[in-house]
Design a protein around this ligand. Structure first.
Ligand code: G1P
Ligand code: ZN
Length: 578
């Protein structure tokens, strides 16, 4: 074997104009990464260059992905470029695979300066599917502010902007093309590089173990073991949807907590997720819903491709709306030892998420923050010690143990509540509505619609809002009458650093507190995805058990009429209803 130091090369490249990261990093079709010369290299160099040289040199970074097609190829490039860019040590998941929550956990554990996550989350994978790459900072997530910079200034995601600016003018990238890393062996590998005093190290780690360790310190594993394998154990069904969660579910739920092997399904990670959308909702996890309807399982859950999202189901497929899920966890925080130790500092939800959590916050006198869509806003609050538990309507739930939403954490939180309350999922939810009232919630997603039509529709709606066309307007649908109290484009002032974030969704708010919200997705990769969210509070005990689609039908009618959504997009209905 040749022991001479590895060459460090600088290669010329030309910038691409379209590498602006969206809600969760840069997401494109796999074919874009494969066919456009140095497309990945440009973005990776932009990430490394965005980190101050002093911070980068000799630093530790974490790399992991959800195992989708192109994951491995991308990691090889990221490693070769890390070495050439002065990073001292990379901590990488076994086979290059790590769930998004595990990356967050490992960044914090190793005190890394950040990490690179390879995922397009719940978007389909495979050759024809999507690929994505995002950068997490030292806190284990994305942040919206730059360390050390103070209050004023326009709303911006400083790190993301820096990466984007560099990508627009990039002229060269650095790489060690001969460096070969073995991702298949748990090991520590060192490489000597020319012009470098210290060797570059790569550690291939068992991220499942690090992540399991963290959970052991959050939950009462003995109580969970009793629930899942004790004398009166319940039966569960967990669907990893062929994403990254398979190994985590198997190791933690089956091997450690004693749930039988057949309670975990689709646990082999596949590069194309078996050709499905790895998105845990009623549409894409329909098989699980069907199985649960059969009535032989008490609890069901599904995860998305990278393991940060979750869907919770009760016996007979009883659906737990994610907006309710976080509220129920909040109302039962005493079931989770972690919160007993840390106390609860605050709650938060994204603006489109129903206000169910607000009712718990009010009753327990705990601060509630309403943030724009996307987990990074929670990260700022958590870093400032203002937030303990949060959630989004888009099947994201989590806490301040890491800086990403955490699918398996949510499942263990729910199982902890079942263990403490000794009730079914359905009874827990129904009790909750009886105590706090119910926020009926629905979301209509229109995927892959014409981009121009979607933008035009949003602009016209915003114009009507600016002209106050809606103010005081009454809408009568059947016997229901709704009067507009306020309409705006949501803006958020970060309570930590004072930054203002504008254009976060159009809202029409009615005098009874009901809300209609319109947003364009920031994570899609084709055309536009229009999201319409509806939230309406009801405390009348005779009405709280009704079907949300029936209860919300008048507001849906108003939402479609006001926006002319169907006429504008040529659609006759949404692609997904939650
Ligand atoms: C979507 C969800 C949002 C979530 C994000 C990442 O973003 O709506 O709540 O944080 O995915 O999982 P969107 O496509 O709406 O921008
Ligand atoms: Zn995800």
């Amino acid at each position: 074997m040749d022991d001479s130091p590895l060459q460090v090369l600088t290669r010329p490249t030309a910038p691409y104009p379209d590498q602006r990261p969206g809600t969760s990093g840069l997401r494109k079709k796999v074919s874009v990464f494969q066919s456009k010369k140095d497309y990945l290299q440009n973005f990776v160099q932009s990430i490394y260059s965005s980190i101050d040289l002093l911070d980068r040199q000799g630093s530790t970074m974490v790399v992991g992905g959800d195992g989708r097609y192109f994951n491995q190829t991308a990691i090889e490039v990221i490693v070769q470029m890390a070495a050439a860019n002065g990073v001292g040590r990379l901590v990488i998941g076994h086979h290059g695979i790590m769930s998004t929550p595990a990356v967050s956990c490992v960044i914090r554990k190793y005190k890394a300066i950040g990490g690179i996550v390879l995922t397009a989350s719940h978007n389909p994978g495979g050759r024809e599917g999507d690929f994505g790459i995002k950068f997490n900072t030292a806190n284990g997530g994305a942040v919206t502010r730059e360390e050390g910079t103070g209050g004023k200034g326009p709303a911006q995601d400083a790190v993301t902007n820096r990466i984007f600016q560099i990508s627009r003018t990039i002229e060269e990238y650095a790489i060690c093309p001969e460096l070969r890393v073995d991702l298949a062996t748990l090991s520590k590998q060192t490489f000597d590089l020319e012009n470098k005093f210290k060797p570059f190290t790569v550690e291939i780690v068992d991220s499942v173990e690090s992540y399991a360790n963290m959970l052991r310190n959050i939950f009462d594993f003995a109580a969970l073991k009793e629930l899942l394998s004790g004398e009166n154990h319940i039966k569960i069904q967990l669907d990893a949807m062929h994403g990254v969660m398979g190994p985590y579910v198997k190791r933690i739920l089956c091997e450690e907590l004693g749930s039988p092997a057949n309670s975990a399904i689709n646990c082999v990670p596949l590069q194309d997720f078996g050709g499905q959308h790895p998105d845990p909702n009623l549409t894409y996890a329909a098989d699980l819903v069907e199985t649960m309807r059969g009535g032989q399982y008490d609890f069901g859950a599904a995860f998305d491709g990278d393991g940060d999202r979750n869907m919770i189901l009760g016996k007979h497929g009883f659906f737990v709306n994610p907006s309710d899920s976080v509220a129920v966890i909040a109302a039962n925080v005493f079931s989770i030892p972690y919160f007993q130790h840390t106390g609860v500092r605050g709650y938060a939800r994204s603006m489109p998420t129903s206000a169910a959590l607000d009712n718990v916050a009010r009753a327990t006198k705990i601060e509630l923050y309403e943030t724009p869509t996307g987990w990074k806003f929670f990260g700022n609050l958590m870093d400032a010690g203002k937030l303990s538990l949060c959630g989004e309507e888009s099947f994201g739930t989590g806490a301040d143990h890491i800086r990403e939403k955490d699918g398996l954490w949510a499942v263990l939180a729910w199982l902890s509540i079942l263990a403490t309350r000794e009730q079914s999922v359905e009874d827990i939810i129904k009790d909750h509505w009886q105590t706090f009232g119910r926020n009926f919630f629905t979301k209509y997603d229109y995927e892959e619609v014409d981009l121009d039509a979607a933008i035009q529709m949003m602009e016209d709606l915003e114009l009507m809002i600016l002209e106050k066309a809606f103010m005081g307007q009454r809408f009568a649908v059947g016997e229901k009458l709704y009067q507009v109290e306020k309409a705006d484009n949501f803006e958020y002032t970060d309570p930590v650093d004072g930054r203002i974030c504008r254009n976060q969704g159009l809202r029409i708010i009615f005098t009874d507190g009901s809300r209609i919200i319109y947003r364009l997705s920031g994570t899609g990769s084709v055309g536009a995805t229009v999201r319409v969210y509806i939230d309406s509070y009801e405390k009348d005990p005779d009405k709280i058990f009704r079907d949300p689609q029936v209860m919300l039908a008048p507001l849906v009618t108003i939402a479609l009429k006001v926006s002319q959504l169907h006429e504008r997009t040529g659609r006759s209905g949404p692609s997904v209803i939650t």
